[in-house]
Design a protein around this ligand. Structure first.
Ligand SMILES: N=C(N)NCCC[C@H](NC(=O)CCC(=O)O)C(=O)O
Length: 445
């Protein structure tokens, strides 16, 4: 039996824009209201997917969501025809309106937490969509995420889907961005590391003071229970509240792991010694802990360049490549660090840079754009095959983007009623290309 780690990248949606919606996410606030290019954003994402596929990895695609979210606006009291809802919301509540237009589902590291079958009690792959309660625009995602995941992983013999956790900050859950699975090889039982920002039911524990901690300990523990993980294969670790206050709004902005490697910043965690010992004990082997000292790369530089929002992928045993955004290459400090890193005799042997600037301007690097699912060949064969990238799907999706996406979008354009029609037309065609069925609210009547 063969085993793979498949990256399911989020296809950028037609309303990709910069609305400054994410307090605590430095890039989102800095770029608020600048104009975006949905077409180049989608193509940058597709190019990264194709490059990983061409490296010999299995690459998947996760469809975007329907925006503007007319249904959310109706729940908030706007009424009339869809066009009347749009016009009234844009005029009377512009900030809420912009939130309902966000293409934020593109960051699929926040779509769900996934536990591979080798780790779970019933031997199935478990999925729990993230509730994303901390940001209103993101809290609109979990229901549709759940439907899309069920349409992709439809076989109940191999896949088990859970409902997202209760929609409340006590159970704030941001999905795989705060979850890393370690293993010696993808097919073997691994250890799942859940990183949280605060305890919701215990005020005496440390918590950030300036920016929100989006992920709670209680959410992590609930997902571990749902997935049928045991004490023997779970470790919980708290993020350093001080780095959350410096703009590290998810753990994947300060750490990335793959197989037996954890690449992280010196200031990333509190209580790491004990957690690292537990990781090695539970894994039954030693790990490569690659710590980046503040003296070499400051937290500020890490946040600016997204050094840790990189993908670590294994091309062959013992040979990992780090997939980094071009912002890392453009920084003298970080590019020098990376050049040196690949000569140090760790499993990280190469660095490759990708331009995902459209996403980066909203605080989403290469790792935010992907959801990892470790699978064996039987499980992979049970995945909807139209969601796995091939040369022909790549060509088809590029044509689809060319046909439906705008070159440029300003925040004023979001209220254009034609954008709603364009987006729905695009998504309707996409569900046919990807054989997803009627996953979008406008298709469900
Ligand atoms: N680190 C990971 N895994 N994901 C990055 C998510 C970025 C996203 N940005 C936004 O939602 C900005 C949208 C705007 O401002 O228009 C967020 O803050 O939730």
């Amino acid at each position: 039996m063969q085993h793979f780690e498949v990256n399911f990248d989020g296809l950028v949606g037609p309303t990709h824009n910069y609305a400054g919606l994410s307090f605590g996410n430095v890039a989102s606030l800095n770029n608020a209201k600048s104009s975006s290019s949905p077409k180049s954003a989608a193509k940058q994402g597709l190019r990264k997917m194709k490059a990983l596929k061409d490296m010999g990895l299995v690459q998947g695609v996760l469809a975007p969501q329907e925006r503007p979210d007319i249904y959310a606006l109706r729940r908030l009291g706007f009424h009339g025809s869809d066009k009347e809802v749009l016009a009234a919301a844009a005029k009377e509540a512009p900030a809420i309106f912009r939130a309902c237009c966000s293409a934020s589902s593109m960051w699929t590291a926040n779509a769900a937490t996934v536990s591979p079958s080798a780790d779970t009690m019933n031997g199935k792959i478990h999925f729990t969509p993230a509730n994303l309660t901390n940001k209103f625009h993101r809290s609109l995602e979990p229901d549709t995420t759940g439907r899309i995941l069920r349409a992709m992983f439809a076989n109940s013999r191999y896949f088990e889907h859970h409902r997202h956790l209760p929609d409340n900050e006590h159970f704030g859950d941001e999905g795989a961005a705060n979850h890393t699975r370690f293993c010696c090889d993808y097919g073997f039982a691994g250890v799942e590391l859940f990183v949280y920002g605060r305890h919701a039911f215990d005020d005496s524990r440390p918590a950030p003071k300036k920016f929100p901690a989006r992920q709670t300990y209680e959410a992590c523990a609930a997902v571990a229970r749902l997935h049928g993980l045991s004490d023997d294969n779970v470790v919980f670790l708290q993020q350093n509240p001080d780095v959350i206050d410096k703009g590290v709004f998810h753990n994947d902005v300060i750490a990335v792991g793959n197989q037996d490697v954890l690449f992280y910043h010196e200031e990333a965690f509190i209580g790491q010694e004990e957690a690292f010992r537990a990781l090695e004990e539970k894994l039954g082997q030693s790990m490569h802990f690659i710590e980046v000292p503040s003296a070499l790369v400051s937290v500020e530089d890490a946040v600016k360049t997204y050094l840790f929002n990189t993908q670590l992928v294994t091309l062959k045993p013992g040979h990992m490549v780090i997939i980094a955004p071009t912002e890392c290459q453009e920084s003298d400090v970080v590019s020098r660090y990376l050049e040196n890193l690949v000569t140090q005799g760790t499993p990280i042997k190469e660095v490759r840079y990708f331009d995902v600037k459209q996403s980066m301007r909203n605080g989403g690097g290469p790792a935010c754009l992907r959801l990892r699912v470790a699978m064996n060949d039987q499980e992979l064969a049970a995945v909807n095959p139209h969601c796995i990238l091939t040369d022909s799907l790549f060509a088809r999706l590029n044509q689809w983007v060319d046909k439906h996406y705008r070159d440029e979008l300003s925040s004023d354009d979001l209220a254009d009623p034609a954008l709603l029609d364009e987006s729905r037309m695009a998504l309707d065609e996409l569900t046919q290309i990807m054989h997803l069925g009627s996953v979008y609210p406008f298709q469900r009547g």
